[in-house]
Design a protein around this ligand. Sequence first.
Ligand code: CA
Length: 230
Amino acid sequence: MSNKVRILLVEDEPSLIVTLSDMLKNEGYEVECIVDGIAANERIVKDAWDLILLDVILPGMTGFEICRNIRQRGISTPVLILTARGQTSDKVEGLKIGADDYLPKPFEPAELLARIHALLRRSAVNTRTASNWFTFGLISVDLAHSRVFRGSERILLSDREFALLHYLIDHRGSPVSRERLLLDVWGYNAAISTRTIDVHIALLRQKLEADPKNPEFILTVHMQGYRFVG
Ligand code: CA
């Protein structure tokens, strides 16, 4: 038995099927694609899924009908609706019938991944997925691709800021000295002072902490350096 997270992609647009299934497989998910609404509905009822990506306009049965039907049967698998129709009424309709999230096409692949991740985290199956993601508070860190999100919104970090964050996450719980950070993150360079580290820590706090002046995650340890908790 695979312990990968299983995603059912219900979509009838050939180019999107190829793009999305490749992308999701690259992320370490197991993906099955179904183009027909009626077949998808049966597949969802018969088998267990961790997440369903659901197009709206499908042959046989609409995504809305599928979603309504599975919720009526008590199936609580997270559903993310993908639709070309970007109207608010569609969004309201989708959420009213029990979808968990809604993404209008066209969308950025990174945004879809972040939303998938957020849904999986909410449904607590993420613990057994790729250890490529680390989360703290509302922040999700995609360690494999050096990306950071707050919810589904991307936060841009410089390469050095990301390297520093990654190092702190790897050493979470223990204090790390400025000298250690200088050596391991910057690679010793006589031109750089430990002040540089304080500046980068301040930048990370500004980007990641709800209240940068009273950090919850990137803590200062008096006389020792910094400690990441999360
Ligand atoms: Ca369609």
